[in-house]
Ligand binder design. Structure first.
Ligand code: KMH
Ligand code: ZN
Length: 275
């Protein structure tokens, strides 16, 4: 059954450099301003990475708590904190993200080469994080960068049961150098391998953004967009705001006759309680 479209905005990420990408939201004021604009444009979930006073990525729990509080005060969006952080973050600091009591969190299901770096998610960490989401009542979104991650997701559900809220929602992160490619053939194969009953979003990094967006809409999936994943709107044209990426995705979703879900529709869809 075709539903409306869940649009997630991944507004900042841990990789883009504020000096090179001035439109990147890095302060709390910039993050909340972006969130307000993105909600108005059709986003229901915000995937959050924060930065320190030097605009470098941080997992400082006090700052994360401030970000959660500010986003809740200014928007109705589902606040999903990244537990991926930056490739340099320790496993303990990534687990401590849940101390900030978000609605949801990302949970990457395996290790992947990440450009010249390695984004480390060994099984022991994945299962510890999953069990912690259950203890804390945080709804995970399963981030899948490659096919092996789908196998680990099946194992996680088999060994530890369903997530908080009872519903499995995945995000295919495609086109990372080192992960699965961002094309429609790969998207189709990945979707077929997901657990029965799972719903899914997809995002394509960089120039794979548009094929993955249109492929996901055509296949009944949902969309993640944002400056974490692409800082180029079109060839030679930098993104000027997260909201313009959300607007483009919302327009595509409307053309597909699957208009954006509101935050409250998204909460029901993802099994996230209303605050
Ligand atoms: N920044 C990447 C190393 C997540 O947010 O959960 C990992 C990442 C995934 O962005
Ligand atoms: Zn992220």
């Amino acid at each position: 059954m075709m539903t409306g479209t869940l649009i997630t905005v991944a507004a900042t990420g841990a990789e883009a450099d504020k000096a090179r990408v001035p439109a990147l939201p890095v302060t709390l004021a910039e993050l909340t301003e972006t969130a307000v604009a993105c909600q108005a444009a059709g986003a229901a979930v915000i995937h959050v990475h924060i930065r320190d006073d030097e605009a470098k990525p941080t997992l400082d729990v006090a700052r994360l708590k401030d970000a959660v509080a500010a986003l809740r005060a200014e928007t109705d969006m589902i606040v999903q904190l990244s537990t991926g952080g930056a490739v340099t973050d320790s496993f303990s600091s990534r687990l401590a993200v849940l101390d900030a009591e978000p609605d949801g969190c990302s949970l990457t299901c395996g290790t992947v080469n990440f450009g010249d770096d390695v984004f480390a998610n060994p099984w022991g960490f994945v299962k510890d994080l999953y069990q912690l989401t259950k203890e804390r009542g945080v709804v995970p979104e399963f981030e899948l960068f490659d096919f092996g991650h789908i196998g680990s997701l099946h194992r996680l559900l088999r060994e530890f049961g369903p997530p908080v809220g009872g519903h499995v929602h995945c995000d295919l992160v495609m086109g990372v150098p080192g992960g699965m490619p961002g094309d429609v053939a790969t998207l189709t194969a990945a979707v077929q391998a997901l657990p029965d009953g799972a719903t899914w979003s997809a995002t394509g990094i960089g120039r794979t953004t548009l094929p993955v967006l249109f492929g996901a809409l055509a296949a009944g999936g949902h969309a993640r967009v944002g400056m974490e994943d692409t800082t180029t709107f079109a060839k030679g044209r930098p993104v000027t705001s997260n909201a313009e990426l959300v607007q483009r995705a919302a327009r595509a979703a409307e053309l597909a006759q699957r208009p954006p879900m509101t935050p409250s529709q998204a909460r029901a869809f993802l099994g996230i309680p209303v605050r």
